[in-house]
Design a binder for this molecule. Structure first.
Ligand SMILES: [Zn+2]
Length: 206
């Protein structure tokens, strides 16, 4: 085995990027970083896909400390009965400890997780991937058109319903302390759509 040093294996572009960060962003915002070192008080939890093309802070123009992030494949919130601790613990921490006022759950175009969902049972698939995207099966049943966009949007609505199964979320919503927003991000045009549960329509956020 050759000597192994993880830091040396990072692409040069990332090490150079970190240098730029230290010289520019960090150097110009020392007070902000010092303030952040004392704790966080985000008002918004973002539940989004792990996809590299959906950076929540950038899309929303948010500052460090503004968003509490949970990202996984296909922005899934398993039903409470699944007893899935990763999502459950993040929800509990965000809602009960940080007391966020908003949860944004956001799907997106060209989602690999949604492609996997549409291929469930039709093509061989990694066991862990299939067991994860199975949490999104209700979206297949709910969407009017089984297009990638249609399923992704139905999935966001379905996952936002799962959110309400969690006691911390259910109580906070009932008490008017928390609002849930179902969103969809179109990568190619950089725009967010938001679901209006009353009119059951998707509308551009701005
Ligand atoms: Zn995705």
């Amino acid at each position: 085995m050759p000597d192994h040093n993880d830091s040396n294996d990072l692409p040069d572009s990332l090490r150079e990027g970190h240098m730029r960060f230290l010289q520019n962003d960090y150097a110009n915002n020392r007070e902000l970083y010092a303030h952040l070192a004392d704790g966080q008080s985000p008002k918004v939890m973002w539940i989004g896909c792990a996809d590299s093309r959906v950076p929540a802070e950038r899309i929303l123009g948010a500052e460090l400390g503004d968003l509490f992030l949970l990202r996984n494949v296909a922005n899934i919130v398993p039903p409470l009965a699944a007893d899935e601790a990763s999502v459950g613990s993040a929800l509990h921490f965000a809602v009960d400890q940080l007391k966020v006022s908003h949860v944004v759950i956001c799907g997106h175009s060209d989602c690999g997780g949604m492609k996997a969902l549409l291929q469930l049972g039709k093509v061989p698939m990694d066991r862990m991937l299939s067991s994860w995207v199975e949490y999104a099966i209700p979206a297949l049943e709910d969407c009017e058109v089984q297009s990638l966009e249609g399923v992704a949007k139905a999935n966001v609505i379905s996952q936002s319903e799962h959110l309400l199964e969690y006691p911390c979320v259910k109580d906070a919503v009932a008490e008017g302390r928390l609002a849930i927003h179902a969103c969809y991000y179109e990568i190619g045009i950089g725009r967010l759509e938001q679901y209006d549960a009353v009119s059951k329509t998707w509308n551009y956020m701005v």
